[in-house]
Design a protein around this ligand. Structure first.
Ligand SMILES: [Zn+2]
Length: 315
């Protein structure tokens, strides 16, 4: 789908603030870095997120980071967890690499080795569950540092019958999770709850932002793809987030359904390494991206996150 002249957007933005009047998009939920094995032993070898999803009855697409099964000393339990995720009727499977390398840094040859290291296992498991793997999500959504790297990775993944998995909305759940786990460790449940509240509020703001952006570009709601991770914060709060999204009239759809929206047929025009939303990648140039991305909801949690990371390093 073509979109109109950039200056027209600018005019529209001056006249129309971002607000929540647009919240009617349908959303596909995608979860990266499955299986979250980091704290599995501590959690008695059960995944609370998986249990929550079992009772939610929504379609979810999971992107497997195969190397996570080798974390810790209970590979058998990690493997079982991966199988459980793949076994669920409501999960669609995508592949997300073995050791989560950053493509723009390691280059194509190393990246290929990583992809091929983990894919047989994941493909075989998927096949044994009667599922196929059609999508690959790049770690950090890093498609390469320039147009050559972008073209290389597209060619390579397509030669292996993978399509690159897009997303449109993410809300730095990994960052909120870091802060959340910090407070949980400190047994500061008030601060932990406050952090979770910030995560939910911020995510809803991001949906409003990208919905309004879509309205202004396409004149209609588009199907959104939400990217989040298999972590403690989502185990505890994804159900709450989904309730809040429902209140704002977002419907939950599958990833395949979401991608039937013809906005996803557009060309990715972005040739840097940063993992930005596909709504930006469909824009014509960097000026447009900069103009709109400056209007994103502000996030003051990042300073706290950086401070906590620094503190941990100094310990
Ligand atoms: Zn990832």
């Amino acid at each position: 789908m073509k979109h109109c002249y950039p200056f027209l957007f600018i005019l529209l933005f001056i006249t129309g603030p971002f607000d929540s009047a647009y919240g009617q998009s349908s959303v596909a939920i995608t979860i990266d870095d499955v299986p979250g094995t980091g704290k599995l032993q501590k959690d008695n070898f059960t995944s609370q997120l998986l249990q929550e999803l079992d009772s939610l009855n929504i379609p979810v697409t999971i992107f497997i980071t195969e190397g996570l099964i080798y974390k810790g000393d209970r590979v058998d339990k990690n493997f079982e967890l991966l199988k459980n995720w793949m076994n669920r009727g409501y999960t669609t499977i995508g592949y997300h690499s073995s050791r989560h390398p950053r493509y723009s840094e390691v280059g194509l040859d190393s990246f290929k080795i990583d992809v091929e290291r983990g894919e047989n296992l994941v493909k075989q498991l998927a096949q044994s569950k009667g599922k196929s793997i059609n999508y690959f999500r790049l770690p950090y959504n890093d498609l390469g540092k320039d147009s050559l790297q972008h073209a290389d990775i597209e060619r390579y993944l397509s030669s292996k019958n993978y399509k690159i998995a897009p997303f449109t909305v993410e809300s730095a759940d990994w960052m909120f999770n870091y802060i959340y786990e910090y407070y949980l460790e400190k047994k500061d449940s008030v601060k932990a709850r406050e952090t979770a509240g910030n995560y939910i509020a911020k995510t809803l703001e991001y949906f409003d932002f990208f919905d309004s952006l879509a309205w202004k570009i396409y004149g209609r709601p588009i199907n959104q793809v939400y990217l989040c991770h298999d972590n403690r914060l989502n185990a505890d709060y994804l159900p709450v987030l989904l309730i809040e999204m429902k209140k704002k009239k977002h419907g939950i759809i599958s990833f395949d359904e979401a991608l039937q929206d013809n906005v996803y047929q557009q060309k990715d025009n972005y040739y840097k390494k940063w993992g930005i939303s596909w709504i930006y990648r469909w824009m014509k140039n960097q000026e447009e991206i900069s103009f709109f991305s400056k209007k994103e909801p502000e996030d003051d949690s990042y300073d706290l996150y950086k401070k906590l990371v620094q503190e941990k390093k100094e310990q």
